[in-house]
Design a protein around this ligand. Structure first.
Ligand SMILES: CC(C)(COP(=O)(O)OP(=O)(O)OC[C@H]1O[C@@H](n2cnc3c(N)ncnc32)[C@H](O)[C@@H]1OP(=O)(O)O)[C@@H](O)C(=O)NCCC(=O)NCCS
Length: 147
């Protein structure tokens, strides 16, 4: 349930300063090159979802993702939610849930993608709890790393 009057819309190039600032608050360091690349992809080679959450005309969160098609042995098109962030001041207000809900609606309505996956570090308890609370469950895939 969304408790705050949040609106979810597509990310635009004007959101760059706000997104980079939220990311910096979350991580404690700035990643301008990473965000320049992600904004370029969103603008010129749009994946199906790069969204921001706005409260009182202020950007307070974001979610970005892409889709794979017959990759990793997965049949058909699969959505991947690869980065989500909500400004710490605005957490636990349903904004993260609203971002993921819209992300999944777009997957379904624009691309007929029913399966959306993400990867989570199990040590990040808050993130695991968030995804569990909104209905995500552990899947069958295992990530492997080279020696
Ligand atoms: C994870 C994150 C996006 C959650 O955003 P949020 O707006 O606070 O989430 P919501 O308010 O929509 O919460 C949805 C549900 O998850 C639960 N939840 C959210 N954060 C939680 C936490 N840290 N611990 C336990 N439960 C949590 C809420 O209680 C809520 O459950 P409910 O609806 O049953 O009450 C936010 O904490 C964040 O930006 N974290 C840092 C970045 C990050 O870890 N990103 C993921 C990897 S890219």
């Amino acid at each position: 349930m969304v408790r705050a009057p949040v609106s979810i819309r597509e990310l635009t190039r004007d959101d760059f300063p706000a997104v980079i600032e939220i990311d910096q608050v979350i991580r404690g360091f700035s990643r301008p090159d990473f965000w320049r690349r992600r904004f370029m992809i969103a603008e010129f080679n749009p994946p199906w979802a790069s969204l921001v959450a706005e409260l009182d005309n202020r950007v307070v969160g974001f979610v970005l993702g892409w889709s794979s098609c017959w990759e990793f042995g997965l049949a058909g098109e699969v959505g991947w939610l690869d980065i989500i962030g909500v400004h710490p001041t605005y957490r636990r207000e349903g904004i993260g849930r609203a971002l993921v809900t819209e992300f999944m609606n777009l997957a379904r309505n624009l691309r007929q993608v029913e399966r959306v996956l993400t990867l989570v570090d199990p040590e990040q308890f808050g993130t695991m709890d968030f995804f569990s609370s909104i209905g995500f469950a552990r899947g069958e895939l295992v990530h492997l790393k080279a020696p």
